[in-house]
Every structure is written in structure tokens, then in C-alpha cells.
Design a protein around this ligand. Structure first.
Ligand code: IMP
Ligand code: MG
Length: 331
């Protein structure tokens, strides 16, 4: 803080939603800007309820936080309206006039274009919507009657907030290995997912960012096609309790934590600090731990090894699904 970028290290689903919801409450965030599009879901558990957010920023759990969707983002109107209702944030969410719109036809294109089959897209249509934006024929948020009450200049709001010392978080989605530029091309998403791209989508320049918080999961997962170094057979993933189903109902492939990929992700994001989520899945004795000292030796060793190899401190450690199941080593 004051301006922190939260970014994913691997193929998304690292637990950014949980980390952001924690920071929203703990650090009393003033502003949270979401980037990317509807293909990425951030899961937030709060007060016993599960939210799967494809549009609304994960900081919604703090009722005083201004929620914004950046100019670089791509808005799915029905999903946006549905989530605004479910999270009851109508009076504090804004969309940049220049955010682009994803339509039903894009989803159909996503599901029917032959070359996209092997990539295993989420089917929401984000790639085709971004193609249309690049063609300069896309609809923008400002063209849509239902979105008029939400329109704002996010670039002005967020830069003013930073200049006035407010606590601002730029919410990245997906992970570095899905980046159009730096990931496992062509098995990637349709945008850059790095910290720089998150800033660019929000309209904030690099000199205004104080911290880049990179989120690792204690093991790696991937949905869709493409390489996954060290991939485990499905039965082994089930045995280790790493097996997960995505928000869209797809099975996640799994592999152990990879230090080389972690180093690469830290470098390209210029990350200053790290979070590691789901440590309790790797070491069940960690469940619900609130202090580092309470962790078993092998879990501490794992965290030390990450710090040693990637060269930045692990400040936050997830030990359970709820926003507050976290070890906070800052200060
Ligand atoms: P698309 O982004 O829907 O075009 O999908 C391209 C690739 O990125 C596919 O392998 C998807 O499974 C993956 N992908 C896109 N968004 C996410 C995400 O939020 N979490 C995990 N994988 C994602
Ligand atoms: Mg996700």
C-alpha cells in the first residue's frame, strides 16, 4: 500500500480473490480496480457465503471500498448486473466509459472456431471480443443504456485516489503463464496478464505503484490445454487432495510447485512480495493457523525455500478458505 498490484504467478486460480478480500478488510482499502474480463472468476468466502466473481472486484467485502472496472477491461453486461445485485454494490461500483463490451455472439464464436478447441478456452468469448476491439469495431460501455448509471472516468478516480494517499489495489486476473506475451503461447488467454498490463488496463503508470504482490498457490493447477511441467496423473492429484473443479465445472490439471516458473513470474512482474495460498492443502496441520510460529517445520521449510529461490519475502500465507484464514507477516 498505498498502490498495490495483485497478480497471479501461474495459470490463474492461485487464490487472488481470497488475498484481495483479506486486504480489503484488513488494510481498509479505499479503491479496488478490476481488470481483464468475465473468463476469470475470483472466489471469495465471506461470512460463510461463497461468491464467484467474474466482474465485481473481490474487495466488495469491505462496504466502504469504491469498486471500479478499468478501461482495459471487457464487460459482460448480464453477468455484471447479476453480480452487482448479488453483492449489493450498486451505489459504489463504477465502469470506465472506455471499457469494451463482450456479447453473446463472441461466446458462440469462441465455442465454434476450430483453432480454439485445443486451447480449451473458457467459452465466454473473451478472445473474439478482444479481436473486435483491436479491429476498432467494438461497443464500449458508454454506448450501453443499462450501464449509464455506472459510467465514470476510472483513470481520473484511481489517479486522484493515489495522489491523495488513499489505499488503492489494482486487481489482476489469471496468471503470468496465461499471458499472451509471456505465457505458454498459443495456450494462453487473449491479453497480457503481467503487473504492467494490469496497470495499463487501469490507467496507472508504473511510477505510481508501490508494491506488486504476486500470488502463488502451494501447488500448480491448469484448466484447458497446454504444457504443465511436472503434471501429475489424476489419481495422484486426488490422493494428494490437490484435485479441483473450476468455477465453470472443468477439472483442473495439477503439478507440484515449480521454482523456475516462480522465478520467471517474479521477474516479469517485478514482484516485491509474495502470497502463498492453500498451504493447508499441502500440510493439513496448517489449517486455520494464524501465526507463522504455529506452522509445522516442513511447511516453514517450504516457505523458506520459496523465499530463497525467488528472492522476495512471503508476506501472506493462506491456511483456509475464509478471507481471514491467513498468516500476515507484514510489519
Ligand atoms: P480464454 O481466456 O477463455 O480464451 O481461455 C484461454 C485459456 O486460458 C484456457 O486454457 C482457459 O482455461 C485459460 N483461462 C482463462 N481464464 C482463466 C482463469 O481465470 N483461470 C484459469 N484459467 C483461465
Ligand atoms: Mg479463478
Amino acid at each position: 500500500m498505498p498502490c498495490t498490484v495483485v497478480t497471479g504467478a501461474f495459470w490463474g486460480d492461485e487464490g487472488k480473490g481470497k488475498i484481495i478480500s483479506y486486504l480489503a478488510l484488513k488494510d481498509q482499502l479505499d479503491v479496488c480496480v478490476r481488470t481483464g474480463s468475465v473468463n476469470a472468476a475470483h472466489t471469495v468466502w465471506y461470512q460463510g457465503k461463497r461468491y464467484s466473481l467474474h466482474m465485481v472486484p473481490a474487495a466488495f467485502v469491505n462496504g466502504k471500498c469504491r469498486l471500479l472496472i478499468g478501461a482495459g477491461a471487457n464487460v459482460h453486461i448480464p453477468q455484471f448486473l447479476k453480480e452487482v445485485e448479488a453483492t449489493n454494490v450498486k451505489n459504489r461500483i463504477g465502469i470506465d466509459q472506455q471499457a469494451s463490451i463482450i456479447e453473446e455472439k463472441h461466446s458462440i464464436q469462441d465455442k465454434t472456431r476450430a483453432h480454439l478447441k485445443g486451447i480449451g478456452t473458457t467459452g465466454w468469448g473473451v478472445g473474439p471480443a478482444i479481436e473486435e476491439r483491436a479491429s476498432r469495431t467494438a461497443k464500449l460501455a458508454k454506448d450501453i443504456p443499462e450501464l449509464q448509471p455506472y459510467l465514470t472516468d476510472v483513470t481520473k478516480e484511481v489517479n486522484n485516489a493515489i495522489d491523495n494517499g488513499k489505499k488503492v489495489l489494482l486487481e489482476g486476473v489469471q496468471g503470468l503463464m496465461l499471458s499472451l506475451f509471456h505465457g505458454t503461447y498459443p495456450y494462453v488467454t487473449s491479453r497480457d496478464t503481467s503487473a504492467s498490463a494490469i496497470c495499463s488496463e487501469a490507467g496507472v503508470g508504473p511510477t505510481k505503484v508501490d508494491d506488486v504482490l504476486i500470488v502463488f498457490k502451494a501447488f500448480m493447477t491448469r484448466v484447458g490445454g497446454g504444457p504443465l511441467p511436472g503434471e501429475l496423473p489424476r489419481e495422484e492429484a486426488i490422493k494428494r487432495r490437490w484435485f479441483e473443479i473450476s468455477a465453470t465445472g472443468r477439472e483442473r490439471r495439477t503439478a507440484p510447485f515449480n521454482f523456475e516458473l516462480a522465478k520467471k513470474a517474479v521477474m516479469i512482474n517485478s514482484a516485491t512480495q509474495a502470497a502463498v495460498t492453500k498451504l493447508d492443502i499441502l500440510y493439513p496441520q496448517c489449517k486455520g493457523a494464524k501465526t507463522y510460529d504455529a506452522l509445522p517445520g516442513e511447511a516453514k521449510q517450504f516457505i523458506n525455500e520459496i523465499e530463497k529461490q525467488v528472492g522476495i519475502p512471503v508476506m501472506l500465507i493462506g491456511t483456509g478458505p475464509e478471507a481471514l484464514d491467513i498468516i500476515d507477516r507484514r510489519k
